[in-house]
Design a protein around this ligand. Sequence first.
Ligand code: ADP
Ligand code: MG
Length: 261
Amino acid sequence: MTGLAYERLHENLKTLGMDRISQLLDGHLERAGKENLSMLEVLDHLIQEEVEAKSQNSMNFRTRLAKFPYKKTLEEFDFSFQPSIDKKTINGLATLKFIYNAENAVFLGPPGVGKTHLAIALGLITIKAGLMVYFTTAADLIEDLREHAKLGLLKQRIGKLGRHKLLIIDEIGYLPMSREDANLLFQLVSRRYEKATMILTSNKPFKEWGGVFADEVVAAAIIDRLLHHATVVNIKGDSYRVKDRRRTGLLRSEASEDQVK
Ligand code: ADP
Ligand code: MG
C-alpha cells in the first residue's frame, strides 16, 4: 500500500470513529501478508473487533449513566442464604420479558436481605441487552422532581426519565414523604404506567405505604398502577450484612481461642 493510501485510510478511520480497526490495522495487514489471508477474512476480523469494541463502549457508557451505587450481579447472589426468594421468579425477571412488556417488579423486605443487590443485578442485565437504565433512591428522586417542579419543568423531567426503559427507585419508605412529594411520584408512576418498567424496593409492606406517602388515596393510586402488571418479591429472612458480621465475629473468637492456647 502506498504511503498516501495508508495515511488516508487511518485518517478516514479516525473520521468514522473506528478506533479499534485503526489500532489493529497494521498487525492485520502484516498477518494477512504472512499467512496469505483473503481480503474477506481480514475485513471480517477487523469489523467484528470494531463492533465488539463499540458495543462494549456503549455498555460502559450506559452503566455510568445508570448511576448504580455499587455493582453486583445475579451470579454473586447466594440464593441458599435467602430461601424465601424463589429463584425461578428472579430467573424469570432476568429474561427481561417484564421489561419488554413494560411491567414492574417490587422487592419488599427488611434491610440487608438483598433488595438493592437484586435490583442492580437486573439493571446490569438490562444494560447488557442494550437498554437504558437509571438508578435512584426515592429520596433523591423526590428531591430531583421537586426541583424541576419548582422551575416549571416537571413534565420535561418526567419525559426525560422516560428514555430509561428501566427506572429503579430504591428505598421507598425509609423517609416519609409529604403529600406534595407523593403527588410528584404519582405523576411519574402514571406517566410510566404500561409504557416503561420500574423496579421499586421498600422495607415497608404495601399496607404501610399510606403512612409513607402521607395520603392513603395517593398511596392507593400509586400502588394500583404499580401492581397492575407486576412481580412482587417478598423477602423474609436475615440480613446478609449480619451474616457477614457473625462470620467475622466467629473468626475473631476462633482467633482469640488460638491466642489463649
Ligand atoms: P437491602 O435489602 O437493604 O437493599 P442489599 O441488597 O444492599 O440489602 O444487601 C446488603 C449487602 O449484602 C450488599 O453488599 C449485597 O450485595 C449483600 N447481599 C445481600 N444478600 C445477599 C445474598 N443473598 N447473596 C450475596 N450477597 C448478598
Ligand atoms: Mg437497599
